[in-house]
Design a protein around this ligand. Structure first.
Ligand code: BES
Ligand code: MN
Ligand code: ZN
Length: 506
């Protein structure tokens, strides 16, 4: 999608030729003398338009206005959440084939955060999935102009939010693709595609290399599948080699049947979304490739299917992870932690400043937090604060959950160093405690996106979360004066080095 920023007030917007002009009307709208201002003022006065977000008035062939259709949409205070709500409410109008070129104009307000919200909402509202539905009408909205009073003031935020929206969209697209269109091999091909961009590299390992590394936990999950596993290593080098990277680790279960501990049939199709953590890593790299910030980032993806089979791992089997710790697999449906634990062990070789894993890990996290906030766990308070703040700034929020050692009691077993499941209580936390044993002393955080990575029901589809949160975190991490980004843990005694002293280039 072609997205441009332009200096426009309503008197200039009158002359914008387009299929649809959206005028975002804030509380306390200040009237001028042009045709659009008059239209807005009359509609407000006559009670046909309210400035409350979600309220709108649709007009056609307005005299003296060049746009074919005009939608006046209330944005209340003009805060990002209100702008977002207003534009997502117009998804119906934006998704129709008739709208190819749209202009969205702030009638007052329109600061950097409102612009960012408008960009992300416009991308989100006009996205159309077509990969396995080629007859669906593809996205027709291909040119959007965002009109603001002062382009210079918001230009940087605009560029950044277009790049983020592009990354979010890539994550959405891969999340949505069914398992037979998104195999581990195809995910690896998507990663290699990203490596065509400057400063991005990609290395892909198959079963032989993974066996050689001793990733026994990852291999155990994959052994029941006919589809081959892939271990994907992406690198973005935007800073000096001496700069320790942030390592992102994505769960890439391209389909989770549960394995021998098989899941019930209803809604099992949704387990095609079990690679949304991996998709978010791809999305982040898409954005990094676009923005070229001054940081180093490594992206690791452990991708395979979890299938029941004659060769599949069985409940009670004990496997040896890459770390040397043995694991009794009491439930083959707790497979995410098994692929992630070996990826976390592998991550240590990059001497990371910070490791963050992203996973659709537990149904328990959906029960705890629903679909609004992702679950966040961190071994370090500074890192937790930074992720929390990044989520708020990106409108992609998370919530910290605890890591008390008492929660790990249930992982004890007589037959291995640990079991892969504890009881049902606190299931999101016991999963995090399992992962923590593989993070070692390194600053580490875990994002459980089981509730936020996709929506069910009539609007079934991937959300592209938490690409926004992660990119905001990474961009914060590369400005040296950001206080809450550095890992501060007393337990590690090695502060994070995720700072560069250089600010990012756009
Ligand atoms: N991919 C699922 C988690 C999941 C379930 C996400 C439902 C979203 C909706 C994960 O692999 C899984 O099956 N987890 C089990 C763990 C349990 C066996 C300890 C779960 O949450 O039931
Ligand atoms: Mn599972
Ligand atoms: Zn899973």
């Amino acid at each position: 999608m072609n997205f441009d920023l332009k200096a426009l007030d309503l008197s200039a917007a009158v002359a914008e030729k387009c299929d649809l002009l959206v005028v975002l009307v804030p509380e306390g709208f200040a009237r001028a003398e042009d045709a659009l201002s008059t239209l807005v003022a009359h509609a407000l006065k006559n009670g046909d338009l309210q400035t409350k977000p979600g309220k709108s008035l649709h007009c056609y062939q307005v005299p003296a206005v060049a746009a074919r259709r005009v939608i006046l949409a209330g944005v209340g205070t003009g805060k990002p959440a209100a702008v977002r709500q207003a534009l997502l409410g117009l998804a119906g109008a934006l998704g129709t084939g008739a709208v190819k070129r749209a202009v969205v104009c702030f009638a007052g307000g329109g600061d950097a955060s409102a612009v960012a919200a408008a960009v992300s909402a416009m991308f989100q509202a006009s996205y159309v999935y077509t990969t396995s539905k080629p007859k669906a009408e593809a996205r027709t909205l291909n040119r959007v102009v965002l009109g603001v009073a002062d382009t210079a003031a918001v230009a940087e935020a605009f560029e950044r939010s277009v790049a983020i929206a592009t990354g979010v969209e890539l994550a959405r697209e891969w999340g949505n693709r069914p398992a037979n269109y998104a195999t581990p091999t195809l995910l690896a091909a998507a990663a290699k595609e990203l490596a065509k961009s400057p400063n991005v590299q990609c290395k892909v390992m198959g079963p032989a290399e993974v066996a050689k590394l001793g990733m026994g936990a990852f291999m155990a999950v994959a052994q029941g599948a006919a589809e081959e596993l892939r271990f994907i290593e992406l690198r973005y080098n935007g800073a000096a080699k001496s700069q320790a990277p942030v390592v992102l680790v994505g769960k890439g279960i391209t389909f989770d049947t549960g394995g021998i501990s098989i899941k019930p049939a209803p809604e099992m199709d949704e387990m095609k979304f079990d690679m949304c953590g991996a998709a978010s890593v791809l999305g982040v790299f898409r954005t990094l490739a676009e923005l070229q910030p001054a940081i180093n980032v490594v992206g690791l993806i452990a991708a395979c299917e979890n299938m029941p089979d004659g060769r599949a791992v069985k409940p009670g089997d004990v496997v040896t992870s890459m770390s040397g710790q043995t694991i009794e697999i009491l439930n083959t449906d707790a497979e995410g932690r098994l692929v992630l634990c070996d990826a976390l062990t592998y991550a240590a070789r990059f001497k990371p400043a910070v490791m963050v894993d992203i996973a659709t890990l537990t149904g328990a996290c959906v029960i705890a937090l629903g679909g609004v906030r992702s679950g966040m766990f961190a071994s370090d308070d500074g890192l937790a604060a930074a992720l929390l703040a990044a989520g708020e700034a990106a409108q992609d929020p998370c919530w910290r959950l605890p890591l008390d050692d008492d929660y790990a009691e249930g992982l004890k077993t007589n037959f291995a160093d640990m079991a892969n499941v504890a009881g049902r209580p606190g299931g999101a936390i016991t999963a995090a405690k399992f992962l923590q044993r593989f993070a070692g002393e390194q600053p580490w955080a875990h994002l459980d996106i089981a509730g936020t990575a996709w929506k069910g029901g009539a609007a079934k589809g991937a959300t592209g979360r938490p690409v926004g949160l992660l990119v905001h975190y990474l961009l914060q991490a590369c400005t040296s004066d950001a206080p809450a980004v550095k890992a501060t843990s007393k337990s590690t005694g090695r502060g994070a080095r995720a700072k560069s002293g250089a600010s990012r280039s756009a």
